[in-house]
Write a protein that binds this ligand. Structure first.
Ligand code: HEM
Ligand SMILES: [Cu+2]
Length: 557
């Protein structure tokens, strides 16, 4: 290893975080949690309106609020958190970010902010009330799409920054495996870049179409390109959360990591198999062959394998650690886990929530079952359990060490307790909200629909009690949002100064050395692209060659 690099890594260990890298990651965290605050309040407004408790005014309609809620929470919050977290991880495990890469991190940051501002103005003006999926033929103001394009380009700059940092580290450290957290980061940025190429093409076409330079648009192609990305994004969040489960949580509970080689294989499998599952979001769309749908269902289910490997790995780590600490009997080890430590409790509940969440996903990806729940509130219940609980609770758990690590402060016992209470409130709130959404979805209540009694139709009236439970859950959640944002603010600016560790667990002592072929990212990317072509080339060519009549822009609101 180059001496300069080695020295830098050593100083990093002693002095803690590099101040300039910390500033970058802190800025990403600030934006992420502001998005949570605003997006959370918008969610509450929706919940109350759907429950018939309030009525939103005509200058800020249900659908405007829903568009902003989706954009803020699934684009802004997750993108900023993921990049801030992985850039901190790259800096910590690779002896600091290269100055060039840090600059790229800032360029990406401002491009995303500028893009967000350009996109949000038409939403506020009711000129882009197309929801975060922006399906054509609904057409927003061209500025909305231009803003989205800026956001994607900003993400790409960050992805390439990460690639440069990892490639340089490898050149300086021949014969060594990429540090595990950086390995996860590589996988996530590979998916972020390759997964978003299709949607970028879609967005560019939409800009021309909504601005009047293109008369019509191919709706099916647009939806397909959107979901090739949307489905990938879901797994990007998932992999980010999973990185903390494998790497961070074992350290927090005083244990060791699960097999390093198997962990890397899980990452590689997720990257390779992920993108061609996108059609499961279009499983009831017309105009696509059954074989194609079958292929995508197969690919969707194949992500289940690495997920089950993860479940096994995590519980194996928990049991081993619990037993080492003296836990006896079949289940005695679980009492030895640090349940009162928010850095463990939050991701642990996140993992548990993933069990029903994943099962619901398997149900949805099955053609016949999808017919029952398609476009009902069940789906909304599903993703508030997956992204709104499994992913977000893991992010919250990360914040309780990452933010003090970045701000050179410490997590006080009091703030830990606040975090535990926050986690419990979030869990109970989601049980109410997501539970009632699932149930009322089975009874047929549609998603993305503002308050209506359908002329006092008996079936629709039967949904009311569930809507009321939904509103209760939403109210609890907003309390959780406020506590969480306060905790982040406190840990960033007010908590006592001190050194907080970046918790990365070591592998087991007797573990064999990880084979270097796991680091062959060029090869994984080629295989991934082959698998992506298998899923997409034939259907896209078919949808373009045998295109249905295109659609002009339509304003439905
Ligand atoms: C205070 C917490 C939250 C509340 C009260 C809340 C409530 C809601 C409600 C009532 C809907 C609309 C259902 C419909 O009519 O279809 C919704 C949609 C949605 N929520 Fe949340 N939510 C919260 C947090 C989150 C979080 C943390 C995320 C993701 C990280 C999220 C992502 C979404 C998405 C993607 C939609 C769908 C938007 C669409 O259909 O266009 N929500 N939420
Ligand atoms: Cu999907």
């Amino acid at each position: 290893m180059a001496t300069a690099q080695l020295l830098k890594q050593k100083t990093n260990k002693i002095l803690g975080v590099n101040a300039q890298d910390a500033k970058l990651s802190k800025s990403y965290m600030v934006v992420a949690f502001l998005a949570l605050l605003i997006g959370g309040f918008l969610g509450l407004l929706q919940g109350l309106e759907r429950g018939g408790v309030i009525q939103l005014p005509s200058w800020f309609t249900y659908y405007q609020v829903l568009t902003a809620h989706g954009v803020l929470l699934v684009l802004v919050l997750t993108a900023f958190f993921t990049i801030g977290y992985f850039y901190a991880g790259l800096s910590h495990t690779m002896g600091g970010l290269l100055p060039k890469v840090r600059t790229m991190g800032w360029i990406g940051f401002w491009m995303k902010i500028v893009g967000f501002v350009i996109a949000v103005i038409p939403i506020l003006l009711n000129k882009a009330t197309v929801l975060y999926t922006f399906y054509p033929p609904m057409a927003a103001s061209p500025f909305f799409y231009i803003g989205l394009a800026f956001i994607v380009l900003g993400v790409w700059v960050c992805a390439f920054g990460a690639f440069i940092n990892v490639a340089t580290w490898r050149k300086n450290n021949p014969g060594q495996s990429i540090p595990i957290l950086a390995f996860f980061a590589t996988g996530v940025f590979v998916l972020l870049f390759f997964g978003s190429i299709g949607v970028t093409i879609e967005v560019v076409m939409l800009i021309f179409w909504s601005a009047g330079f293109l008369e019509t648009i191919n709706v099916m192609v647009s939806r397909t390109l959107f979901w090739a990305f949307g489905h990938t994004l879901v797994n990007i969040w998932y992999m980010t959360a999973v990185s903390a489960w494998y790497v961070i949580v074992p350290k927090v509970i005083g244990g060791r990591r699960f097999s390093d080689t198997l962990t890397r294989i899980v990452v590689i499998m997720l990257v390779i198999t992920n993108i061609p599952g996108g059609f499961h979001h279009q499983i009831v769309d017309p105009g696509m062959a059954e074989t194609l749908k079958f292929l995508h269902v197969f690919m969707s289910l194949s992500i289940g394998l690495p997920s089950l490997m993860t479940a096994f790995a995590m519980f194996s780590v928990f049991e081993r650690t619990g037993r080492r600490k003296g836990g006896k009997g079949l289940l005695g080890w679980y009492k030895k886990l640090p349940w009162g430590d928010v850095r463990f409790l939050a991701p642990m509940i996140a993992m548990i929530a993933f069990i029903p969440a994943g099962a619901g996903g398997i149900a949805q990806t099955t053609n016949q079952l999808n017919q029952v729940v398609h476009n009902t509130l069940w789906v909304v219940g599903h993703f508030h359990l997956t992204v709104g609980t499994s992913v977000i609770l893991t992010f919250f758990g990360i914040s309780y060490w990452l933010v003090p690590y970045l701000s050179k402060r410490v997590l006080t016992p009091k703030m830990n307790k606040v975090g535990v209470i926050q986690t419990i409130i979030w869990t109970v709130g989601m049980l109410f909200m997501s539970g009632s959404m699932h149930w009322v979805g089975l009874l047929g209540s549609p998603r993305r629909t503002s308050y209506t009694t359908y002329g006092d139709n008996a079936t629709a009236l039967g949904w009311d009690p569930y809507m009321f439970l939904l509103a209760i859950g939403g109210t609890l959640l907003i309390v959780g949002v406020v506590i969480q944002v306060y905790a982040v603010f406190h840990m960033m600016f007010l908590a006592p100064k001190g050194v907080t560790e970046f918790p990365i667990a070591d592998p087991e002592e007797n573990e064999t050395k990880t084979p270097l072929w796991t680091d062959r990212w060029g090869l994984w990317i080629i295989i991934m692209l082959l698998v992506v072509s298998m899923g997409y080339v034939v259907p896209l060519v078919d949808l373009i060659v045998n295109a249905p009549p295109g659609s002009p822009p339509i304003k439905t609101w």
